[in-house]
Ligand binder design. Structure first.
Ligand SMILES: [Zn+2]
Length: 282
C-alpha cells in the first residue's frame, strides 16, 4: 500500500511518527499552514513558520524517505486577529515557491466578516497563481458552514476541480458531491470520522475525487489512520487498485494541478542550513 497523506501537520509531530509512517507506506505528505494552538502576535511569526514549512520540515521528512510539500495561507481562525491581517501581503512571496502546492488552509472557522474577506482574497490568489485551494470547513455548524463555503467558492470563479473541501462527514458530503470540488475527509481517533465510517461513505459515494487524510496535528490525532482506512477498505471488499486510487492517485491528481509535485524518491540530506536532526552534530 502506497500512501500520500494530503493533509497532515508534521511540525507538531515527532520523528517516531515519521518512522512509523515510512514503515507503513506513507511516501508523501502535504502540510497545510494552520493555527498553532496559541495566537501569533505579528506577521513575522508567520514568515518564520512558512519558511520552516518549505525548509526544515521537508528536510526532516527526507530523513525518513518521505516527500514533503506545503500549502500556504492565513488560516481562518487567525484571519479574525487584526494583528495577523497583513500576513495576506506576505503570501505572494510564498505562493511562488517550488514546494508550495496549494493555497490553504483557507475557509471558515466562525463565519465572521473578517473570515469572509480573507477567504475571498485567498481564493483570488489561488486563481492568480494557478494553484489548487485547500478549504477547511468549520467543526461547528458544519452543514451551514459547508453551504456558505460552496457559495463563496462558486462566486470566486475558481474552477471547482481546483478546490478540495475538507473535513467532510456524512452530513456534508452530499452537499459537495455534485459541485465538482474534491471531497476531503479527516480520519480521527475518537470523534468525527473513523475508518469504518469512511468505508461506508466510499461505498455510498464512490472513490472519485475523494481525499483521505489524518489531519494529525498537536491535538489528539493519529498519523496512521490513512493506513487504517486502507486496511478497512480492503476488509470491506474494495480492490487494491481502489485503495491506491483513494490513498495515492487522487491526492497526486489534485495537488499535481500545481505543476510542482515532486514524487521522485528522496534520500536524506546531510543537513539543512547547517543543522541536522542528529545530536551533537555527528
Ligand atoms: Zn489542518
Amino acid at each position: 500500500m502506497r500512501i500520500f497523506d494530503p493533509h497532515i501537520h508534521m511540525t507538531s509531530r515527532t520523528t517516531d511518527d515519521y518512522r512509523a509512517m515510512a514503515a507503513n507506506g506513507v511516501l508523501a505528505v502535504v502540510e497545510p499552514a494552520f493555527w498553532l494552538g496559541q495566537p501569533r502576535t505579528n506577521p513575522g511569526s508567520f514568515a518564520d513558520y512558512f519558511d520552516s514549512l518549505i525548509g526544515w520540515e521537508p528536510y526532516r521528512a527526507s530523513q525518513f524517505g518521505i516527500r514533503h510539500h506545503a500549502t500556504i495561507a492565513l488560516n481562518p481562525k487567525e484571519a479574525n486577529d487584526p494583528r495577523c491581517r497583513s500576513v495576506l501581503n506576505l503570501l505572494p512571496r510564498y505562493l511562488d515557491k517550488d514546494g508550495v502546492v496549494a493555497v490553504g488552509e483557507i475557509g471558515y472557522d466562525s463565519m465572521t466578516p473578517a473570515e469572509d474577506e480573507a477567504f475571498a482574497v485567498q481564493l483570488a490568489l489561488a486563481v492568480e497563481y494557478e494553484l489548487p485551494a485547500l478549504v477547511h470547513t468549520p467543526h461547528r455548524d458544519k452543514a451551514a458552514g459547508t453551504k456558505r463555503t460552496l457559495d463563496v467558492v462558486a462566486e470566486s470563479g475558481i474552477a471547482a476541480g481546483m478546490v478540495a473541501v475538507d473535513h467532510l462527514n456524512e452530513v456534508t458530503v452530499g452537499l459537495v458531491k455534485d459541485t465538482g470540488c474534491w471531497m476531503g475527509f479527516s480520519i480521527y481517533p475518537e470523534t468525527k470520522m473513523s475508518p469504518p465510517r469512511m468505508v461506508e461513505i466510499l461505498q455510498k459515494y464512490g472513490t472519485e475525487r475523494v481525499l483521505v487524510n489524518s489531519a494529525a496535528d498537536w491535538g489528539h490525532s493519529d498519523p496512521l489512520l490513512t493506513v487504517e482506512t486502507g486496511k478497512a477498505m480492503l476488509a470491506a471488499g474494495f480492490t487494491a487498485d481502489e485503495v491506491d486510487q483513494v490513498l495515492w492517485r487522487n491526492p497526486v491528481e489534485f495537488y499535481g494541478q500545481s505543476g510542482r509535485l515532486d514524487l521522485s524518491s528522496v534520500s536524506p540530506e546531510a543537513s539543512f542550513e547547517g543543522s541536522s536532526i542528529k545530536r551533537g552534530g555527528s
